[in-house]
Design a protein around this ligand. Structure first.
Ligand SMILES: [Fe+2]
Ligand SMILES: [Fe+2]
Length: 261
């Protein structure tokens, strides 16, 4: 029985997060026998959001597909890059007038991997339903892919878990991003989907979601908005590895990843 191994990386934060990926990802790919890497890059830019330099750094580091979320529009000039890139996705349930695309079919060691970027709607922008959008994409691309992966970029755990169970057995890997905090619920759902509510972040662990703690604490004491400076310190790479059986594309193992060195 052969297997394929997919590494999902949570929100990569700031220049230090992107540099860490650039420095370590090829080695991790080799050591852990990874066939494809899907990385959430929405916070990978040096000044917040995502930019051309950070996207290129993640690709050079060994990411195959970059997914995003609510911060994707932060750097206006990045819209041109999005429009011209097949491998950087913005959430598919944003209005179709937005630049870029929300999903694509990519090669993963000879298999056709459908990757969809979606954003939740609970405590977030009121976008088109990620559930209905996923249904529509699966219907449209029926027969064009071997297995499917979704990054559901969402705040509410309930929305992510409901999505996992709704698409159990139809989408092979479902992982959450956005909260920057890894959840301890990696599992294989009853019909064979590999699932984690949030894979966490790649950033400085002793921080407030990757940002400078002092400024963020000040914000909570004073309610005055502060600059969102990336925290300094040791970067942790967080994510999850999903192993799929290539006969059935059911998930056979999910392993949480936290690399601090
Ligand atoms: Fe984020
Ligand atoms: Fe986000």
């Amino acid at each position: 029985m052969s297997r394929i191994r997919i590494l999902a990386l949570g929100d990569i934060v700031g220049e230090s997060g992107s540099a860490k990926i650039r420095e370590c990802l090829w080695q991790i790919r080799k050591e852990k026998n990874i066939d494809a890497v899907i990385a959430n890059g929405e916070n990978s830019g040096a000044r917040g959001g995502i930019d051309r330099d950070s996207a290129e750094m993640l690709f050079a580091g060994g990411a195959d597909v970059i997914t995003t979320g609510n911060h994707v529009w932060q750097n206006r000039p990045f819209s041109d890059y999005l429009e011209n890139s097949l491998s950087v996705l913005r959430p598919a349930n944003f209005p179709s007038a937005c630049p870029g695309r929300g999903y694509g079919i990519f090669d993963a060691s000879g298999y056709k991997m459908l990757v969809i970027s979606l954003q939740g709607t609970v405590f977030m922008e009121s976008l088109e339903s990620p559930f209905l959008k996923a249904e529509a994409i699966l219907e449209r691309e029926k027969g064009n892919f071997d297995f499917a992966v979704v990054d559901l970029h969402a705040e509410a755990t309930s929305e992510k878990i409901a999505f996992g169970l709704a698409f159990d057995g139809r989408i092979n890997v479902i992982f959450g991003t956005h909260t920057h905090v890894q959840t301890n619920d990696a599992r294989i759902l009853p019909n064979g989907t590999g699932y984690v509510t949030d894979v966490g972040m790649t950033g400085v662990f002793n921080s407030v979601l990757g940002l400078d703690a002092e400024l963020m604490i000040k914000k909570f004491y004073t309610k005055i908005p502060q600059y969102h400076n990336t925290a300094k310190g040791e970067v942790t790479i967080s994510g999850a590895i999903f192993e799929l059986d290539t006969d059935t594309f059911k998930c056979t193992n999910v392993e949480l990843v936290n690399i601090r060195n």
